[in-house]
Structure formats: structure tokens, C-alpha cells
Design a protein around this ligand. Structure first.
Ligand code: ZN
Ligand code: FE
Length: 255
């Protein structure tokens, strides 16, 4: 049975996710920044939460863990690299590991930069990537713990996933990201079309998630630092792609 994925807004602009199997009624939760909305969402659907997946240690991604574990006794999987900063983990994983989530094979990518131990979860059978605060729709996470030399290879790694892979990220930052992207790549028809779609969705208060790897590859300047169109619009034709990426990131930081 194919897994279903529902987005559950928590805190002010975080997205948690409820992954579930309608046959068995078993569920997993990604990045519970808050417990209440996830417990309610599971109850409304008649689901029992048996697994929590954590992408990184920031409070807005983990604060609901204790309450969900207390209510359900579920297991908790998170990054081995920063396991010391996350309480309640029952299992740690790292790059190249695979685990089962609701019986489905799930692969782990180490995607440092936002935090140095940040991971992403890929469930191939659901065509779903949970990217936390590494890859955003038209953006990437702020480099709190790492640098461009960490995040640029991480995004290149995610770029290798199948085009149809759905991207489920940790925040609804898309409209602000779109406004920034319009200042970086002015000659990108795919980006123009995407910005119009995003403005439409947000004007109706609808989420812009999921995106797909194909859409991000054609529109997200952070994923396109090795495209000449991005380098040229920054006046950096011929520069190393990691330097182009660093320039995009630093312009976003002061946008
Ligand atoms: Zn974060
Ligand atoms: Fe966050």
C-alpha cells in the first residue's frame, strides 16, 4: 500500500508531516516542532504514531518529541552527527544508511550547512524527500553551523534524486524566497512561471509544498549555482560554482 503524506502546520511557519498507511493505520511524523497539531491530525485520521523522524536539532523541529513519545511510546530516529543535541532518540542514522519507515525502505543523506549534522530522509516508494531546513522551495537553509563548502555539495547530492521526487521541507518560506529569486535570475521562464504559481497559492493561503526535484532544478538559484545564467546575472561568469553559491547565499542573507 502506498504511503500517504499530509502536511501539518505547526508553530508560526513550520511544516511537520504525517506519513501513514491507510491499511494498517500506522503513522510516522517528521520534525514535530509541536505535539498538539500532530496528535490531533493522527487522531482525526484514526492513526497510531509509531515513529518520529528528526532532520536536525533545532527546537522548532524537535520540541514536540517528548509529548508525542509520552502519548504513543513511538521510536525516534535522528542524525548520529548531532545526537548529543537531540533528546529522546532511540535510533541514530547517517549518510548511506537505510532504515524502514512504516515498512518502506528509507535512505539517509547527510546534508550539512544549516546545522552540521543535518540529514534528509528519502522514501523512494513514496517518491518523497523530507529535507528539513536544507533544501527549501526556491531556497536553502541559512548557514548557521556550516559554510557554502558544506551546503553546495549537499544540494548537488539532492539534485541527483529522480526528477519526480516530491520535496517536503521544514518551512513555508516560499513567497519570500520567490521575491529574492526574481532578483537573481531574470532570464528564466520556468522561474517566472513558478513565481506566478506561488503568488497564486499564497494569495489563497495554500501551501507551496510539495515541490519536486525537477522544479527546484529548473528554478531554485541555490541549486543552479553551476548554471552560467546564474553566474552571469551575478557578474561572476567563469567563477567556481561554490563561489557563485556563496554569493547567492550572502545576497539572500541581506535581502
Ligand atoms: Zn533549523
Ligand atoms: Fe527550522
Amino acid at each position: 500500500m502506498a504511503l500517504k503524506i499530509d502536511l501539518v502546520p505547526v508553530l508560526s511557519d513550520n511544516y511537520s508531516y504525517l506519513i501513514y498507511d491507510e491499511g494498517s493505520k500506522k503513522a510516522a511524523v517528521v520534525d514535530p516542532g509541536e505535539a498538539g497539531p500532530l496528535l490531533v491530525a493522527a487522531q482525526e485520521r484514526g492513526l497510531s504514531i509509531e515513529h518520529i523522524l528528526i532532520t536536525h536539532h533545532h527546537g522548532d523541529h524537535v520540541q514536540g518529541v517528548g509529548e508525542i513519545v509520552a502519548a504513543t511510546g513511538c521510536k525516534v530516529t535522528g542524525p548520529s552527527y548531532e545526537a548529543d543535541k537531540i533528546s529522546g532518540l532511540t535510533e541514530t542514522v547517517k549518510e548511506g544508511d537505510s532504515l524502514e519507515v512504516l515498512g518502506e525502505k528509507t535512505e539517509i543523506f547527510h546534508v550539512p550547512g544549516h546545522t552540521q549534522g543535518h540529514i534528509a530522509f528519502w522514501i523512494p516508494s513514496a517518491s518523497a524527500l523530507f529535507s528539513g531546513d536544507s533544501l527549501f522551495v526556491l531556497g536553502c537553509g541559512r548557514l548557521f553551523e556550516g559554510g557554502p563548502q558544506d551546503m553546495w555539495p549537499a544540494l548537488q547530492k539532492l539534485r541527483e534524486l529522480p526528477d519526480e521526487t516530491q520535496v517536503f521541507c521544514g518551512h513555508e518560506y516560499t513567497l519570500a524566497n520567490a521575491k529574492f529569486c526574481a532578483t537573481i535570475e531574470q532570464q528564466n521562464a520556468a522561474l517566472d512561471k513558478r513565481i506566478a504559481e506561488i503568488e497564486n497559492l499564497r494569495s489563497r493561503d495554500l501551501p507551496t509544498i510539495p515541490s519536486t526535484i525537477a522544479i527546484e532544478k529548473s528554478t531554485n538559484p541555490f541549486m543552479r549555482a553551476d548554471h552560467s545564467s546564474v553566474a552571469e546575472s551575478l557578474g561572476m561568469a567563469g567563477a567556481a560554482s561554490v563561489e557563485v553559491f556563496a554569493e547567492v547565499r550572502s545576497r539572500k542573507d541581506s535581502f
